[in-house]
Design a protein around this ligand. Sequence first.
Ligand code: MN
Length: 231
Amino acid sequence: MSFVFDPQPQPSIAVAQSDKRLPVRRIFCVGRNYAAHAREMGKDPDRDPPFFFTKPADAVVDSGETVAYPPDTGNFHFEAELVVVIGLPGRDIPESDALSHVWGYAVGNDLTRRDLQLKAREQGRPWDCGKAFDRSAVIGPVHPVSKVGHPKTGSIRLEVNGQVKQDADLAELIWSVPEIISILSQSMQIQPGDLIMTGTPAGVGALAEGDICRIEIAGLGTIETPIGPRA
Ligand code: MN
């Protein structure tokens, strides 16, 4: 096969304690999955079915890389999240079997142009410009299930320039990882390399040029993102 121009390189994320990288297929994100964050976004935390939005696979950024302050926004936000990495395909997966489809877990930052997201929300338009822009998904090294198991509790914490902004526990997730995988797989076939960003706790806020954003999840290490000058 020949192409009319070179295909883009395969997007990938780091694997903890390995030289190998994990190829990324799609990035699913769960909206409003911690009650206190749903409230701070002006919504009732309830058990309405979870909803998903996506980011392009090539939005991934490794920990330690600088992310330039993005264009077209004056309200660029951080969101600390647990990331689930899918390793086995499946459809209509029962909750009881869902965790067997997980390859590992990582720390993520769902970078958001909040002004564009809220404007889209008000107008009933898609969230893509607020959520799915270039370099909007910082994902740390993936820790395989064989090393870390399936974290269900533990601290998730975000600091900007050493000041704590988000401080919660994975136990506060409204929809658990098995529930999320089961529900998503009823809508589409999940595939190896699909990532699921599971939602952010309360305390979201703005980043500025020169900030250092650090996120730690118990057992999964710390990721760090310096914010560079406007692109
Ligand atoms: Mn998010």
